[in-house]
Design a protein around this ligand. Structure first.
Ligand SMILES: [Zn+2]
Length: 83
C-alpha cells in the first residue's frame, strides 16, 4: 500500500509539472517561456517584461526599444484584425 501511495504522489507531481508546462507561454517581447504574464493586445507579455515596461522612464536607454516593441504588438494586432 505504501508503495502504491508514493507512486501516486509521483504521478501527481508529474501531472502538476505537465500542467505548468501547458500554462507556459512564449513572451512576445523577450521570447522566454514563462507562466506569469498578460496579454498586451494580441501579444503575450511575461511579468518580467511588464515590470520592466512599467519601471522604464523616457530617460531609460531601453525605453525606445520597449516603445518599439509595443508598437510592433499594435501592428501585428491590427494585421490580425484585418484578416
Ligand atoms: Zn518577456
Amino acid at each position: 500500500m505504501k508503495l502504491l501511495k508514493s507512486g501516486n504522489n509521483q504521478d501527481n507531481k508529474k501531472l502538476k509539472w505537465v500542467m505548468d508546462m501547458k500554462k507556459m507561454k512564449t513572451c512576445g517581447f523577450c521570447g522566454s517561456m514563462r507562466i506569469k504574464g498578460l496579454y498586451v493586445l494580441s501579444q503575450w507579455m511575461c511579468s518580467e517584461c511588464e515590470e520592466k515596461l512599467l519601471q522604464s522612464s523616457s530617460e531609460d536607454p531601453d525605453y525606445e526599444d520597449n516603445v518599439n516593441k509595443v508598437k510592433n504588438a499594435w501592428k501585428s494586432h491590427c494585421l490580425v484584425n484585418k484578416k
